[in-house]
Design a protein around this ligand. Structure first.
Ligand SMILES: Cc1cc2nc3c(=O)[nH]c(=O)nc-3n(C[C@H](O)[C@H](O)[C@H](O)COP(=O)(O)O)c2cc1C
Length: 311
């Protein structure tokens, strides 16, 4: 008998899984339990306009959205939460995984993981806002894959809906192997529903992870889904899409993304073209490689659209 299907979560990727992409993906492919937004920060100057625009309800058409906050203390976290609440978002993920050294050195993202007291202070917002459904997305540590151990009592005591673990350390960025042994140890210690994230690119990877970690409550996929937007759908429906169906849905995804960016981008053709090339950085792996290269080389919308017709 087939084992029951796990829910699939779209990972947040700054610059890639923007509202335009999420809205388009849900109607062209779907299969996603929750779309996580890339993180929203609060700096001295306040919010970036783009971050606010990206979470406005009017710009978001996926029914299952989880917005992500990025803060190294409770004051900043609360400022971001107020923005989320103002715009009627009640599912919030707390980022404790971002590996960028410039941000991590100020104890943001995975940079907070070596400091249990700071994690505890940050997570105090969870009890303060009982109307919000909170989750955490994290790594094993910043420079040592055992740092999570000191955090586990805090995490277990915090009323979270789920934790997503990407079993690398921050210093690895996205290099090296994922540490599956450490994931297993974490899973055994964690009392919350746990989602696996990292380097899942194929249906085989999904089956392998689901089989190895029987207790997990979901898979979160980022780059693998951008490269094959059908992955979650194929997994949920237990079928490989025909070439024709895949092409039809991919062109629909592309058209929807293009329509939204055409409305949104005010900087003219060059900026629109750049944005669409970003879309194809990963999605290009799903099409003929020569066409993908020509897309990246196109200098005007006309020639770009001509290449799209060659897909
Ligand atoms: C360009 C890029 C941007 C990312 N932005 C975010 C982000 O805003 N928030 C977050 O929690 N993770 C972010 N991540 C990490 C991904 O969500 C995910 O954890 C990572 O890519 C591993 O999963 P994957 O192998 O399925 O892609 C980003 C990753 C990349 C490559």
């Amino acid at each position: 008998m087939d084992s029951p299907k796990l829910p699939i979560y779209l990972a947040p990727l700054q610059g890639y899984t923007e509202a335009a992409y999420r809205n388009a993906h849900t109607i062209s492919f779907g299969g996603i339990a929750e779309y996580y937004t890339p993180f929203v920060r609060y700096e001295k100057e306040g919010f970036r306009n783009k971050d606010v625009r990206e979470i406005l309800p009017i710009n978001n058409r996926v029914p299952q959205l989880r917005v992500q906050l990025f803060a190294n203390d409770a004051t900043k976290a609360e400022a971001i939460l107020k923005l989320f609440i103002e715009h009627d978002h009640h599912k919030v993920d707390i980022n404790m995984g971002c590996p960028f050294p410039m941000l991590a050195k100020r104890h943001n993202g995975s940079g907070i993981l070596p400091y249990p007291d700071e994690v505890k202070a940050l997570l105090e917002v969870v009890s303060k806002y009982p109307e919000i459904d909170f989750s955490v997305k994290m790594r094993l540590g910043w420079e040592n894959p055992n740092e999570w151990k000191a955090l586990m009592p805090i995490l277990n005591d915090t009323p979270l809906t789920q934790i997503t673990l990407h079993p690398r350390i921050g210093k690895q960025q996205y290099k090296g192997e994922v540490n599956l042994e450490a994931f297993e140890e974490f899973a055994n210690a964690c009392r919350h529903p746990l989602i696996y994230n990292g380097d899942v690119n194929t249906l085989e990877d999904m089956a392998r992870i689901a089989d190895r970690f029987k207790g997990i409550s979901g898979l979160m996929i980022g780059r693998g889904l951008l490269a094959n937007p059908a992955l979650a759908l194929e997994y949920q429906e237990d079928r490989k899409l025909s070439e024709e169906e895949f092409r039809r849905r991919l062109l629909q995804l592309h058209q929807e993304v293009l329509n939204q960016y055409t409305q949104q981008i005010e900087g003219g053709e060059a900026q629109l073209l750049n944005k669409m090339k970003t879309f194809w950085e990963y999605a290009g792996m799903a099409i003929n490689s020569k066409v993908a290269k020509r897309i990246q080389k196109s200098r005007h919308m006309d020639s770009y659209l001509q290449e799209i017709r060659n897909i």
